[in-house]
Write a protein that binds this ligand. Structure first.
Ligand code: HEC
Ligand code: HEC
Ligand code: HEC
Length: 184
């Protein structure tokens, strides 16, 4: 059993070096279970494999649509329109919040920057999250049920099964960090 696990580990680790795609590629629209294969308009739509394969791959593998969207934005691969009306002002906030009610899991680091590059403050404040670190009570079960972070993660943003992308700070490393969210 142990040996088999180790073999699997090496296969997964070596696959990118050998140029073997470790994970399934994007399904064609006609059999993704979402689009109607009979719909004649399908022919004018771009296939995900064509569009998404140009963008930075999510190293977590076969999750979501397999794109690391934050890197796609940072790397200039995409340049999404931020506002419809010219008078709308976009405010990018570089503020990390450390969340410590995580039981035996790593602490959660919530970064404002990659959120406010896509989203206006009003998407989250005050309806989903209080504008005060530590003021919002939430459990993982509620998040998995589509509340709080789960309003977007698992729906339009990276999926909830990539635990460590949120639970990214081991408690022993937290002391050295300058973040909001003390007093949790
Ligand atoms: C999108 C971000 C995100 C992802 C992904 C995520 N979590 Fe969480 N998790 C949170 C937040 C936020 C909290 C609440 C932290 C707080 O209030 O201080 C939390 C709390 C928890 C807690 C403690 C509270 C409770 O209800 O038990 C555990 C345990 C936990 N998560 C485990 C997991 C596991 C296991 C996974 C992967 C299957 C996971 N989390 C994925 C954001 C996330
Ligand atoms: C994707 C959701 C999201 C967006 C968008 C967002 N925030 Fe937050 N914000 C949070 C979360 C989560 C917290 C922590 C709440 C808690 O711990 O209860 C927070 C906390 C804060 C805090 C409290 C910091 C502290 O140390 O007490 C401020 C101030 C804040 N946000 C301002 C903003 C502003 C200004 C914007 C827009 C530029 C913004 N936020 C956009 C989710 C968001
Ligand atoms: C209103 C929608 C929304 C909410 C609510 C939300 N997020 Fe996000 N989050 C996004 C989007 C959109 C992105 C960028 C696209 C992606 O990474 O899939 C993102 C990206 C992130 C990233 C950066 C991922 C990377 O690749 O570096 C982290 C970490 C994260 N979210 C954690 C959280 C946590 C923790 C919460 C809850 C406290 C939360 N988010 C709530 C929409 C949201």
């Amino acid at each position: 059993m142990h040996d088999r696990k180790r073999l699997l580990f090496y296969c997964l680790a070596l696959a990118p070096l050998l140029g073997i795609p470790a994970f399934a590629d994007w399904l064609p629209l006609a059999n993704d279970g979402v689009h109607d294969p009979e719909n004649p308009a399908l022919a004018v739509m771009q296939e995900p494999s064509e569009a998404l394969s140009q963008l930075p791959r999510d190293e977590a593998g076969d999750v979501g649509n397999k794109v690391r969207w934050v890197r796609a934005l940072e790397g200039g691969y995409i340049d999404p329109r931020t506002n419809i009306f010219p008078e709308t002002k976009i405010e990018v906030l570089d503020l990390d919040i450390l969340m410590k009610n995580t039981g035996s899991a790593n602490y959660v680091l919530f970064p404002h920057k990659p959120h406010t590059e896509w989203l206006d403050c009003s998407n989250c404040h005050e309806e989903i999250f209080k504008t005060k670190a530590g003021a919002t009570r939430m459990s993982m079960l509620e998040i998995l049920s589509g509340e709080f972070c789960g309003r977007c993660h698992g729906a339009v943003a990276f999926p909830l099964l990539v635990c460590n992308r949120c639970h990214s700070v081991p408690p022993e490393e937290a002391a050295a960090m300058a973040t909001g969210g003390s007093g949790r």
